[in-house]
Ligand binder design. Structure first.
Ligand code: ZN
Ligand code: ZN
Length: 260
């Protein structure tokens, strides 16, 4: 099952115009009876449910606020027997620990959350890949200021790809197609419209139109456009979605669950 807990980019956006698609920032969960893969811990992370008999792994794409700001705000119920494995493909486990510890301590946070919570085990990405080799976990470098990792994993013979945040350029196409071809689900960074992107070169995001063009070139069942701009209203997203009804293009909606 895939659960989209947060679909906004940059900053949570909670108002009357975001009730339908949701205002929480990035967090996607992919799970079956034995494993729970969580991609990023934006504010949507507070809604992830843990379970005693399922091993959770948290993959961090990068350390911009909207991808880590929800980490302390989960109740972490039923996690007593296990630790959450935390990893990032482009940084070793000590740096991941250091970055999160810095963000969740004075002067930015009231307590040394990472140290006192004692529920995280920091693991190098290569170790996660080999320890869970049956999941065929892979990563790709994305085009984003300060670096960012995209991920893919296979559960129940279905391939999932998470590609937030990425400023797409044509020279990425070949490598990206190789990475995510024959997927069941791809999550794409559709922060901007093409008209908005012109003024946002270097901010590290793609356009919805680039996503739509890319989706036509690959074999994918569900191409999900997410990381919606905080100012994108339900009405605007509805209009966009209506253009693609009956196709494999979907606009991410918070709390939506899909079979996987
Ligand atoms: Zn982001
Ligand atoms: Zn970012």
């Amino acid at each position: 099952m895939i659960i989209n807990h947060g679909v906004r980019g940059s900053v949570p956006s909670s108002n009357a115009n975001t009730l339908k698609y949701g205002g929480n920032t990035s967090c996607v969960e992919l799970k079956n009876d034995s494993i729970q893969l969580i991609f990023d811990c934006g504010s949507g992370f507070s809604k992830v449910n843990f379970s005693n008999n399922i091993q959770p792994i948290l993959f961090i794409s990068h350390f911009h606020h909207d991808h880590i700001q929800g980490l302390p705000f989960n109740s972490f119920q039923k996690i007593k027997n296990k630790k959450i494995l935390v990893t990032s493909a482009h940084l070793n486990k000590d740096i991941v620990y250091k970055n999160l510890s810095k963000y969740y301590s004075s002067p930015y946070f009231p307590v040394d959350f990472i140290k006192i919570s004692n529920i995280f085990e920091f693991v190098d990405f290569d170790e996660v890949v080999s320890r869970f080799s049956h999941l065929k976990i892979n990563s790709i470098d994305l085009n984003h200021p300060g670096k960012c990792s995209g991920y893919s994993a296979t559960i129940n013979n279905k391939k999932f790809c998470y590609l937030l945040d990425n400023e797409y350029y044509e020279n990425q196409k070949k490598e990206l197609i190789n990475f995510c071809n024959h997927s069941d689900t791809i999550i794409w960074d559709g922060m901007f419209l093409e008209s908005e992107l012109r003024d946002k070169k270097g901010w590290g995001h793609s356009s919805i139109e680039q996503g739509v063009r890319f989706a036509k070139e690959i074999d994918v069942k569900n191409f999900i456009i997410s990381h919606h701009s905080p100012s994108r209203s339900d009405e605007e997203i509805d209009k966009l979605q209506n253009r693609f009804n009956g196709t494999n293009i979907k606009f991410a909606c918070e709390n939506e669950e899909r079979d996987f």
